[in-house]
Ligand binder design. Sequence first.
Ligand code: NAP
Ligand code: G4F
Length: 339
Amino acid sequence: MAAKRALITGVSGQDGAYLARLLLEKGYEVTGAIRRSSQPETVRLETLGIAQELKYVFCDLGETNNLSRIIQETEFDEIYNLAAQSFVGSSWELPIYTSDVNGLGVARLLDAIRTYSPQTKFYQASTSEMFGKVRETPQTELTPFHPRSPYGVAKVYGHFITVNYRESFGIHATSGILFNHESPLRGRAFVTRKISYALAQYARGSGMPVELGNLDAMRDWGFAGDFVEGMWRMLQHETADDYVLATGRSTTIRDFVNYTASALNIGIDWTGEGLDEQAIDRRTGNVVVRINKDYYRPAEVDYLIGDASKAQDVLGWHPKVQVEELAEMMAKSDFDALS
Ligand code: NAP
Ligand code: G4F
């Protein structure tokens, strides 16, 4: 039987790299869509040792004809749309661009599929950020959305245009509503990797504190490697639908610092409150964490915790890595890389 063909947009990102590896392991022919840049961005794929095993096409979700040509030229069995301006914090600085790429970009892809390849299965990278100011706890596929950032608002459009093309044209279009998932390949602006990298540097003797924003925000953090398997399972199911992927546990940013410090054998004590809160190195008295109000957001998502029962029951998906193990994995990876 011929190998299945998959297209991954956003293949240079964290999830793109893990998903590409998974699909290659399953015998797929994988095409990675990357943006044109002065230096092709395949670092994560190289880290996983698979950069040479993919085909590549240039793609930008801002371009309509380019997406149409890619989908016209190759008959893909599955398309995973992972490309996005994915950093919530930047979306207040780039609201128009974020809306275009994360919202209209999804419509551009779906319309090309509808026109040139309606049998192709489609995965949309939706997000728990859509729940925002949460209406119920835990959040499920039926929880109403109240996004709190231009990023979240654009992703709500991406979600509903996916549902709409499924309902209007019968396309196998699935929206995966994924809670935060992290890894050693996570971008350094996101809080978990910012913490693991800075504390690994501290453990190597930098003596420099890391500056963070709201330590009270709570996230349901899983491992990206587990979550890409859920994406793949969604497209193997006979019918397309919407699925939450989450671990069902929620942790403060402060506790993620605690897990990371513990993995690196840095003993810390928290002192002060609000903007004066600090984590102090118990041994030396040095400041390890301090607050910088510039990292607070104009509107915060305070508390996310997902209920992935539907994905567990229908797809047989279970997350394997718990948050403590995740923090340790990231801390040790950064510590080893700094040797
Ligand atoms: P990431 O590491 O930031 O990767 C984003 C990818 O999108 C990169 O490959 C980036 O390319 C590409 N991209 C950005 N703008 C683009 C454009 N205009 N045209 C084409 N490609 C573009 O993000 P991630 O963590 O892997 O997340 C993957 C997807 O899942 C995103 O859609 C994100 O919003 C969504 N999501 C993530 C999480 C999570 O916790 N990780 C949770 C829910 C949903 P460059 O490398 O060139 O920048
Ligand atoms: O790590 P974050 O930037 O991730 P956020 O905003 O939850 O978004 C991530 O997860 C979403 C899924 O829910 C994805 F859709 C999205 O693409 C992305 O992958 O921030 C997490 C929390 C926030 O509450 C933020 O206010 O950490 C808080 N935080 C506190 N100090 C900080 C910092 N965040 C960052 N990035 N940097 C800080 O210094």
